[in-house]
Design a protein around this ligand. Structure first.
Ligand SMILES: Nc1ncnc2c1ncn2[C@@H]1O[C@H](COP(=O)(O)OP(=O)(O)O)[C@@H](O)[C@H]1O
Ligand SMILES: O=P(O)(O)OC[C@H]1O[C@](O)(COP(=O)(O)O)[C@@H](O)[C@@H]1O
Ligand SMILES: [Mg+2]
Length: 476
């Protein structure tokens, strides 16, 4: 089903600067608001039975007035506007359904069979999300048949699922990785949906990145084509933070924190050498958020190179000229490079150009190894008689194989609960994720298509430039 925009029944007024409030201040009213609808089981099945939310009977919950959300609870996509001049507003003015518990639910939770799967690369917090799905489904909604699908998408049709319960997952939030295991590739739509049907799963929680969400959209479409009463929820995971619409992925902040340690070490090594360069390669296939945030947080970085930014080595305004200056001034320099940066500058064979991982993602050459070698060649050529040291640190898997930090663990808990509340309330084909700090339901297909590159024209990148004073690499 194409998810449609629907004008919400919201109290809105006209855009005007004429109206004034009692203090004489101009009132600017926004219109119209468009609710980005999320598919709901009632769109496909008529006469579905509803049940009162079991939270009403939960002795540990006191469902006060306003506890349950209704259709009119929404989250704004955009919260920053420039109201100067023409009052031009984005069209449509998008809002999303706010995530949280609903009064009526669409599942007899005593008969509900749940599948949880993790796909793609690791990210801190995966185990916390799994744990909170299990505990939330068990404690809040009384679900007892909760299964972990192992080894990613291929696990649906090639392995026996594991029965999960709160006791089993009790301390999973303290462990890095995913206790369910993960993999790339192995996406066989028919086999996956056959397995969902055969095993009688009626709630499927899919945790993964952009590739996983594209797969989840196909699974959701196929479930609808087969007219199965099965709900699908996606929970976005991306250590690179390359998934759009949501504020950021869980695990991202933990990864940035870990990246600091590598940058600190590079700084110490560089400081302790004559003409020392500390070179750190950080994850970031197509988006340089980790490198950017680690640079901003660290302050020890002299230059940050990301996939979204073209750079060059030689000549006026190039990297070597800049580093030469920094070495002259400070005696050392720290260089942070995201793995996807400068890939088009690294020589490669035709076979290497074609190389893809099992999921179809291009395989990159190691920009850190290449950069180290180019730096050494440059120095030997231009300063043959001067000492020079490059210490290359590649903390790749160390930044994502750790347990989530406290803010990320909290995020994982809230996003898992938002997903559960959404699914039991009948929503399907959706992603639960934070938008402007609030949890929202977003159509799966939207998230699958939305990437999240670093905007090198916005303020955040300007901050990087002001912290590092690095060149903008624009050839004059
Ligand atoms: N376009 C797609 N259609 C269906 N499945 C996909 C698609 N892209 C990726 N996948 C599957 O999603 C899973 C994870 O994808 P991958 O790109 O490795 O990681 P991530 O989801 O973290 O981006 C893999 O099993 C892969 O086969
Ligand atoms: O070696 P692996 O496991 O394929 O992972 C490497 C890739 O995983 C990532 O950390 C995250 O990628 P995904 O979000 O696609 O899983 C990339 O930064 C990196 O290129
Ligand atoms: Mg990906």
């Amino acid at each position: 089903m194409a998810v449609s925009f629907k004008e919400a029944n919201m109290p809105t007024a006209t855009t005007t600067s004429d109206a004034e409030d009692r203090n004489g201040t101009n009132i600017v009213s926004f219109q119209p608001i468009h609710l980005r609808e999320v598919p709901h089981l009632t769109h496909y099945f008529s006469n579905l039975q509803t049940y009162p939310n079991p939270l009403d009977r939960n002795p540990f919950f006191h469902t006060v007035e306003g506890f349950y959300l209704t259709q009119s609870d929404i989250v704004l996509r955009q919260i920053v506007y420039d109201l100067s001049g023409t009052f031009s507003l984005p069209s449509p003015h998008l809002v999303y359904i706010r995530g949280g518990p609903r009064k009526d639910i669409y599942f007899d939770t005593s008969k509900t069979r749940v599948a949880i799967v993790t796909c793609g690369g690791l990210c801190p917090g995966l185990n916390t999300v799994i744990r909170e799905l299990v505990v939330g489904l068990w404690d809040l909604y009384g679900v007892r048949q909760i299964f972990g699908v192992t080894a990613g998408y291929r696990g649906f049709y090639s392995m026996e699922p594991i029965l999960l319960n709160p006791k089993l997952v009790e301390d999973w939030h303290k462990r890095g990785g995913t206790a369910l295991e993960t993999s790339r590739g192995g996406f066989d739509l028919d086999k996956i949906v056959d397995a969902i049907q055969k095993r009688g799963f009626n709630q499927v929680y899919i945790i993964g990145g952009d590739g996983t969400m594209r797969g989840a959209t196909k699974i959701f479409d196929e479930i609808r084509r087969r007219k199965l009463n099965v709900s699908v929820a996606g929970i976005p995971k991306t250590v690179d933070n390359d998934v759009g619409i949501i504020d950021r992925s869980f695990g991202f902040q933990t990864a940035v924190e870990m990246a600091q340690q590598a940058i600190n070490a590079a700084h110490v090594e560089a400081q302790s050498a004559v003409n020392g360069i500390g070179l750190v390669k950080l994850m970031g296939r197509s988006a340089g958020h980790i490198a950017l945030h680690a640079t901003l947080s660290s302050r020890d970085v002299d230059c940050c190179l990301i996939p979204e930014l073209e750079f060059y080595l030689e000549g006026k305004g190039g990297l070597f000229e800049f580093l030469e200056q920094r070495l002259k001034e400070n005696g050392h320099a720290v260089l942070v490079v995201a793995e996807g940066a400068g890939q088009d500058m690294i020589p490669r064979t035709d076979a290497q150009k074609e190389e893809k991982d099992e999921s179809g993602n291009p395989v990159f050459l190691d920009v850190g190894v290449w950069m180290k070698s180019e730096l050494k060649k440059w120095w030997a050529r231009d300063h043959p008689n001067e000492l020079f040291t490059v210490k290359y640190i590649d903390p790749t898997y160390m930044i994502r194989a750790v347990p989530a930090n406290a803010p990320d663990n909290l995020y994982c808990t809230l996003v898992a609960h938002a997903a559960i509340h959404g699914i039991v309330a009948g929503y399907t084909g959706f992603v639960a994720g934070p938008i402007n700090g609030n949890y929202a339901y977003i159509p799966l297909a939207d998230v699958a298509q939305a990437n999240n590159p670093v905007n090198t024209k916005d303020h955040k990148w300007s901050w990087v430039r002001s912290v590092t004073n690095q060149p903008d690499f624009i050839r004059s």
